[in-house]
Every structure is written in structure tokens, then in C-alpha cells.
Design a binder for this molecule. Sequence first.
Ligand code: SF4
Ligand code: SF4
Length: 82
Amino acid sequence: MKTKKRKSIIIVIAVLAIMLVIIAATESKPIVWKESCTGCGDCANYCPVNAIKVINGKAVIDHERCVNCKLCITTCTFGALE
Ligand code: SF4
Ligand code: SF4
């Protein structure tokens, strides 16, 4: 009986973990508001996977590389990332 209950708990946890991974993967990735971006490069410096480059004075995000951690959004003091 205890083993059956333990198996059920493990299945529920596994399903929840899979759902969280799917939600994280499908959530939209950050975008840059070009009008607000000053090209300071702070977001690029903090991106853990080097997915941001400043090109012609504006931040450009490589969405293939981005892991959607949202660190850049909290880093930008100009509100240029959403
Ligand atoms: S931190 Fe903000 S203002 Fe600076 S380059 Fe990144 S998006 Fe642009
Ligand atoms: S969300 Fe994270 S990984 Fe994606 S560009 Fe911003 S800092 Fe880099």
C-alpha cells in the first residue's frame, strides 16, 4: 500500500516537473524596445549565455541562444526590455 502511494506521488511530481519545463519553454522571450535602448550593454554583460550583443548602439537578442532567465529585464534600468 505504501509503495503504491509513493509511486503515485512520484508520478504527480514528474507530471508537474514536465509541465513546468513546457511552460518555461513556451513562454515568450524578452524583446528590446529600440526607442528606449541606449546601447549601454549592461544586459549583454549580465546575460549568462551571451545571447545579447549591442549592434549599432542597440541591444539585439539571439532568441535561439536565450534560455529565458529574464535577468536582462531586471538589469536594464531604461525599461528597454520586456
Ligand atoms: S541594458 Fe537596456 S539600455 Fe542597456 S543595452 Fe541593454 S536593453 Fe539597451
Ligand atoms: S532572458 Fe536571460 S538568457 Fe535570455 S537574453 Fe535575457 S539574460 Fe540572456
